[in-house]
Design a protein around this ligand. Sequence first.
Ligand code: G6P
Length: 483
Amino acid sequence: MKVTRSKRLYIVANRLPVTITTHKEEAEIAQSSGGLVTAVNSYLQHAGNEFSDFFWVGVPGCNSATWKEVSHKIHQATFTYIPVHIADADYEKYYNGFSNSVIWPLFHYFPSYAEYSMDEYSHYIKVNQQFAEILYRNCSAGDTIWIHDYHLLPLAQMMRELVPEITIGIFLHIPFPSFEIFRLLPRKWQEGILKGMLGADLIGFHTIDYASHFLQSIQMVLGIDNDRNVIRNNDRLIKVDVFPISIDYALFNNSYNDEKVIALRNVLLDQEKERKIIFSVDRLDYTKGVQNRLRAYEYFLKENPQYHNKVVFIIVVVPSRDTIPKYVERKKLIDEMISRINSHIGNIHWQPVIYQYNTLEFHEMMALYTSCHLALITPLRDGMNLVSKEFIASRKDKKGVLIISEMAGAARELSEALMINPNDTMEMAEQIKAGLEMEEAEQYERITSMQKRLENYDVQTWASDFMLGLNNIKQRQQTFQEI
Ligand code: G6P
């Protein structure tokens, strides 16, 4: 029997928020500044949270020998990192395989991209078990585990069996699909995923739709009903709720006046002084609708020759999962399309698309957000889409127009944006024109409303709300057991 110590919080995600690469036998360490780290950090720095120690459990991206060598050099200000070392062959089948070639495409409504393999599913379970073993060695009943995303769906139940009293929350950062899509998975996998998630006390989604799809799958597959989003499973209460993830609003808003941002913005505005800038940035992914967007831009230019040489589309694609064939293929299709637009519509004075396939530094992204006239965000399916929220927050000048796909979770909160269906090329082209021609007074009004909403519910509110939800359901469980 383990002794319960002070309250500790374990964030569990596929990756540790640090990347270690070895170059000429020298290890290079890069701290991640992704959405989740920002979210959890700002929550933990906020006075009043109840935890005494914070840990981050995940794959370090290097082998255990390198980790031993470099871990003391890693700046671990808020969290102590607990690495989960997975053999390369296992990781390949768990990450490139089941996580990103079954769950990712299926949950984003790309059923024909899913490649079902029994072997990859068993490796997915195996790696989740390895996470569970590491966690079990470290935590005890009074602790809280917050699991993130689709790589770790079976983990909650594994931990529940090992430490029944422990508090577990799980948050899914991608959509949960409708039952008609979910049921395409072999029955055993459906059950494995759903029962796995039911090991948690609180299960969080970005939108009401994802939560109700999940509840429907629970009903159809496991025959378990819910009462106002509370599930009773093996005499334990489990809450399903909605927490739309957000951004560090103040950081984006204040960075408008950052010196580096101002300098680069001025360069960009000067470089394109004859033209209006359209901007987009995404990870390389078939879900992001980059080709649909380019098709619409091409159509817009063909229909509106008066805009030739008066507009430029700066498109940034951030490399991602580039050992998976569907991603390699996507890169090729995007490259070809851009070169077609530039060579067919452009001329020696004007390149309609400026394309970068690389990561952006924070100040570069801010300079692009704040110098563009139009942000064009057109995913075919997206759990949330933080780029759209970042763009709105960054516009301290209250200028600029957001065009967003109705297939992004963020569209629900950004209702003053120009909404498009990413499969409707003509509508998208019309909205590009409308956006480029929108009066500044209207831009101001739309941005102000969206900014108010984002400022009220920023990433810290998101994390605290989730933790509050977790406490509430734990208390309800106690009352329920005492009755
Ligand atoms: C999405 C997922 C995250 C993931 C991120 C980057 O946002 O929801 O869990 O970390 O993509 O993908 P990668 O495969 O590079 O971790």
